[in-house]
Design a binder for this molecule. Structure first.
Ligand code: ADP
Ligand code: ASP
Ligand code: MG
Length: 408
């Protein structure tokens, strides 16, 4: 008998009809002799609606109170799915994060899971019950409700699978797997049968929101067998996230292209080119709790240089404010900045052993007249910052240039 955790995203539970379909699928898996834990998101659009509602009261909602109300979306879905299961004769029980006791820290709106009590779930499973757990939410030590960040139900699914040592965690969504690029941007993107955990981690962190990055981190840490599948297709194999030592792994140089519009770029102009200057600029930014992503320092001229970096768009205004006194203090010439940038990335473990990937990418972008503003690389990815208006074009031409539209 296998223990399987299935997570269904917002679109998959978006209407009563779809919830009934999910119940049918869960029933089929259980009838094959499996124990099933289901994690659900709020019905599609609900979390956005709740956040907008909060903003009508407070432009910057109090994080603790925001979590109390934003987490209600998932609570509705667990009740509805448990009813749908009972309606077709399947024993089921719904649980909120606090009822399971998914213990998190108290970082409201972006809490981290610390511990999951499995006793109650085990008892129900052994009694032949399907367990339906609210995704995205937990509870802190003081009993306050917390949420895990947008897309956090993926993380609930993988964390439950890790805690219960499940045989597989299946993420059901509106696409039938992980694609070589977002199929909404590249219509001829192809589904990957497998993707390595490392590549998936890069894809998720570089903007492919098909899996929340923390869910991938969990899967890596606890070696959870993780699969992405469609809740709209009958049955399929989806995409399996593999670990590099898995056998029979498909080898490709590039696995996918990711893009993100979540960042903003800041350049401090005319900075005196002397030791310690990067620290003088980025120290206060770090102290303001802002994460810096890409950093570029130009070659100095006449004792001056320009210093550029990117931050999350949500932190853009705060960073500009933080830098005002810094610019005066170091006697820089000023700041130019913009939110209209995008980061486009090429990801693949095969890059380690292949030269010329970067030059192909740069030539491809040059041929389209797309200017590269910043570049950063790691062993398995190349990211470029470009003007936001070229995002889709850049993803499409890179996808084609690396033959990702061709069958392997
Ligand atoms: P859910 O509500 O089920 O959690 P999400 O909207 O969070 O679903 O994630 C699924 C979406 O992720 C897809 O509809 C797709 O547009 C997007 N996506 C982005 N990059 C990729 C990719 N490389 N492969 C598949 N889907 C991707
Ligand atoms: N409902 C939450 C969101 O929209 C969590 C999730 O769907 O994973 O972000
Ligand atoms: Mg999601």
């Amino acid at each position: 008998m296998a223990l399987i955790v299935q997570k269904y995203g917002g679109t998959s539970v978006g209407t009563p009809e779809r919830i009934k379909n999910v119940a049918q699928r869960v029933a089929r898996w259980q009838a094959r002799g499996n124990q099933i834990v289901v994690v659900v998101s709020a019905m599609s659009g609900e979390t956005n609606r709740l956040i907008a509602l909060a903003k009508e009261i407070q432009s910057q909602p109090d994080p603790r109170e925001l979590d109390v109300m934003v987490s209600t979306g998932e609570q509705v879905t667990i009740g509805l799915l448990a009813m749908a299961l009972k309606e077709i004769g399947v024993k089921a029980r719904s649980y909120t994060g606090a009822q399971v006791k998914i213990l998190t820290d108290s970082a409201y709106t972006k809490a981290r899971i610390l511990k999951i009590d499995e006793d109650r779930m085990r008892a129900d499973l052994n009694a032949g019950c399907v367990i339906v757990v609210a995704g995205f939410q937990g509870v802190d030590e003081l009993g306050s409700i917390t949420t895990l960040g947008r897309g956090g139900s993926d993380t609930t699914g993988v964390a439950l699978a890790a805690a219960l040592k499940a045989d597989e965690c299946q993420i059901y969504t509106d696409v039938d797997g992980v694609y070589t690029a977002d199929p909404r941007i590249v219509p001829d993107a192809r589904r990957l049968k497998t993707i390595t955990f490392e590549e998936m981690l890069e894809m998720a962190s570089l903007g492919s929101k098909v899996l929340q990055i923390r869910s991938v981190e969990f899967a890596g840490k606890y070696k959870v067998r993780l699969r992405v599948l469609s809740s709209f297709a009958d049955e399929g194999e989806g995409t399996l996230i593999t670990f590099e030592d898995d056998e029979g792994m498909e080898q490709a140089i590039i696995s996918g292209i990711a893009s993100s519009r979540d960042e903003a770029k800041i350049t401090v102009l005319g900075v005196p080119d002397r030791p310690g200057i990067a620290y003088q600029i980025l120290g206060p930014v770090g102290d303001a709790n802002v994460d810096v992503d890409m950093i570029v320092q130009n070659v100095g001229h006449d004792g001056l240089t320009d210093f550029s970096f990117t931050v999350q768009r949500g932190d853009y205004q705060k960073t500009l404010k933080t830098l005002e006194p810094v610019v005066k203090h170091i006697q820089a010439r000023g700041i130019v900045s913009g939110e209209k940038i995008a980061k486009v990335s090429i990801v693949g473990v095969g890059m380690r052993s292949h030269a010329g990937i970067a030059s192909t990418a740069f030539r491809t972008l040059a041929e389209e007249g797309i200017n590269i503003e910043m570049i950063s690389t790691s062993e398995i990815k190349i990211s470029v910052v470009i003007d936001e208006k070229y995002t889709e074009l850049a993803v499409r031409v890179l996808h084609k240039a690396f033959g990702l539209d061709q069958a392997r």
